[in-house]
Design a protein around this ligand. Structure first.
Ligand code: ADP
Length: 540
């Protein structure tokens, strides 16, 4: 078997070239020989082709072995260079070796030519391998230096993509990473001919990438179109030759990356470099992703705490307002009690009955106020009231029976329409009594003439309770504040109609504790309708 050998011979004698060529052939080389004898021709030859070996005469009329050697160095080439001369003496040979020639031989002793070439080729191969290794180490070191500058895993992917393009000559790069739930792989970055991979997702076990991740082995294919395993063959494009490398950290594949190019097969060296790059990349990416998740959780938790803090601040403000409102509301009846008690002591006897009546009213107001405040504080204490299935109509009837005499005393028509077989609700009897009493009590209180009607009905899985009256109605300006604590309507506030402004806020609180809702429709001078909805219990 002959070994091809691109040989550049620098020689002025055709005969010597024939001798050398014969020696090479006899030594088992299929020598592709070019002879040059001037610096210009040598330079042109060096620039146009890749040479395995240069054999040069020592002295020629227009050129010399040492000048040829210098020219090769000038062009920064490292080709095995052997001087073959008829005249070279010991001293000149030493000088030639010092100048960088790899060996020297005498023309009349060509027996050494073949062993010298073999040795030089072998050493050149070792030099080339070492050079490649150094380049690889440099490239890997550069990847790891650059990755250190990245903050997010996306920054890292951008850096890796650029570095991979430097490292191996590729026209397409894509990174697929497992999502946090580890259900599928997502293309997080794709460039070049595979730009349209961006954003695609595939299942963890799907396609070539899935197989690479499961087996944790590198996939190299010079002709992708031959592989039936691709999940999306339409996306291969004209990047035919490709490598898919799993990204493995702590024995787990967190994703994979692809590099591809139109035709040129990936060499073993390239695959080795890609594999080394993947190790560094996988560790760095995993660290970044863990940090990002942690940061995200810290951001979310901070937002939650901030919201909680805002809510507590708000509650604190409400509490302070409540305390000052309560003090204010208590002061009026207490002041008036003190005034009328004094009048009772010092005033005229004929006014005594009137004073006692006022005193009684103020005491009633005070005790209502205290009752309402206690109700509110009990509701706020958040002591869960025992809930039980309740027949809502029964509660309504209890209140209706209680308040009918009151309504009649005021000359009002008081009616009720209760839907039979109403589903039950999950509720607390005492609290529901309070809701209904407050609403019906208000309707009676704020209706001078006409009627008050109470209704129950079922609607869309809810139980509806409606209290309707033909009373004062509620002004537009009052409507948005109706359920605020201590809020009394503008007209009502100026009237003598008793009240604390706490009833509706208590009602709303209880309704919400029962997962219900309350709304009001009202027109001043016409009347009001309060509608409460509670979720109905599913029967059976
Ligand atoms: P109070 O009745 O003790 O004033 P509420 O909280 O029960 O306090 O009611 C707040 C305000 O809503 C009342 O002051 C009144 O202006 C208005 N209001 C409530 N119910 C009715 C109603 N049925 N008709 C007219 N106004 C009403």
């Amino acid at each position: 078997m002959t070994i091809p050998l691109c040989t550049l011979i620098i020689e002025d004698s055709e005969d010597d070239v024939i001798l050398l060529t014969r020696a090479l052939r006899l030594g088992g080389y299929d020598a592709d020989v070019l002879r040059v004898e001037t610096p210009e021709d040598m330079q042109a030859a060096l620039l146009s082709e890749t040479w395995d070996i240069i054999i040069s005469d020592y002295s020629m009329p227009r050129f010399s072995g040492l000048a040829a050697l210098a020219l090769m160095k000038e062009l920064q080439l490292e080709i095995p260079f052997i001087i073959v001369s008829g005249t070279i003496g010991e001293a000149l040979a030493v000088e030639a070796m010092r100048s960088g020639a790899h060996d020297y031989l005498m023309k009349d002793n060509l027996a050494r030519l073949i062993p010298a070439i073999e040795r030089e080729l072998h050493e050149a191969k070792i030099r080339e391998e070492r050079r490649q290794r150094e380049q690889e180490i440099e490239a890997i070191a550069s990847i790891s230096t650059h990755l250190r500058e990245a903050v997010t895993h996306m920054d890292m992917l951008e850096i890796l993509q650029a570095q991979l393009q430097n490292l191996v000559n590729v026209e397409a790069v894509a990174f697929l990473l497992k999502d946090m739930q580890e259900d599928f792989l997502q293309v997080e970055l794709a460039s070049g001919r595979w730009e349209n991979w961006q954003g695609q997702t595939i299942h963890l076990h799907e396609g070539v990438t899935g197989a690479v991740i499961q087996s944790q082995t590198i996939y190299v294919n010079p002709n992708l179109h031959d592989d039936q395993l691709f999940a999306h063959p339409e996306l291969i494009s004209d990047a035919q030759s490709a490598v898919c490398v799993p990204l493995i950290t702590h024995e787990e594949a967190i994703g994979a990356f692809w590099v591809g190019r139109a035709s040129q097969k990936f060499t073993d060296n390239e695959v080795r470099v890609l594999s080394a790059a993947s190790n560094i990349a996988a560790n760095a990416l995993q660290r970044a992703r863990i940090l990002e998740t942690l940061e995200q959780r810290v951001i979310e938790r901070t937002a939650e705490l901030q919201a909680l803090n805002d809510r507590l601040t708000e509650l604190d403000k409400l509490k302070s307002k409540f305390v000052s409102d309560v003090s204010h509301e208590l002061r009026t009846p207490v002041t008036s009690l003190a005034v009328y008690l004094d009048l009772l002591k010092t005033g005229s006897m004929d006014k005594q009955r009137q004073y006692i009546e006022i005193l009684q009213n103020q005491v009633t107001r005070l005790s209502n106020l205290v009752e309402n405040i206690l109700d509110l504080s009990r509701l706020e204490a958040d002591v869960a009231k025992p809930m039980e299935p309740i027949q809502f109509n029964d509660v309504v009837l209890d209140v209706v029976l209680d308040l009918t005499p009151v309504a009649e005393r005021r000359g009002l028509q008081f009616t009720y329409i209760l839907e039979p077989q109403l589903a039950r609700i999950e509720g607390n009897y005492d609290q529901l009594i309070e809701v209904i009493t407050n609403l019906v009590g208000n309707a009676i209180n704020y209706t001078m003439e006409g009627h008050v009607q109470v209704k129950t009905c079922a609607a869309n899985g809810m139980i509806e309770f409606v209290v309707e009256d033909t009373g004062l109605g509620i002004g537009r300006a009052d409507l948005p504040h109706l359920f605020e604590r201590f809020y009394r309507g503008q007209r009502v506030g100026q009237s003598t109609i008793p009240g604390t402004g706490l009833g509706l806020s208590i009602v709303r609180e209880i309704v919400e504790q029962h997962n219900g809702s309350i709304r009001v429709e009202s027109e001043e001078g016409v009347g009001s309708r309060f509608i409460v909805e509670f979720p109905a219990m599913v029967s059976g």
